[in-house]
Design a protein. Structure first.
Length: 88
């Protein structure tokens, strides 16, 4: 489901994304943090911003002017969280 969501987002801008491109832009934490429910979006943002201190998510960084879309979808429930933000 995650890959399908990112593919559709890319298609809105006329971009066909490979699985490698999707993995490059889509950090995931569920494999080592588990289901964090409504805390997923702020936790992921924190992990990316403090990656150098923790050695986590080293292949992801946010720079001034980047447009970001964070989303989390709860398994089996109506919990859908998203944030669209431009880095200052």
């Amino acid at each position: 489901m995650d890959y399908a969501i990112v593919r559709k987002l890319f298609r809105l801008y006329g971009i066909e994304a490979s699985e490698q491109e999707i993995e490059r832009v889509m950090p995931m934490t569920i494999s080592w943090l588990g289901n964090t429910s409504v805390a997923t979006v702020p936790t992921l943002f924190d992990r990316i911003m403090k990656r150098e201190e923790r050695g986590e998510l080293n292949n992801h960084e946010l720079k001034s002017g980047d447009n970001i879309v964070f989303a989390s979808i709860g398994a089996g429930g109506p919990n859908i969280n998203s944030v669209v933000y431009r880095m200052p």
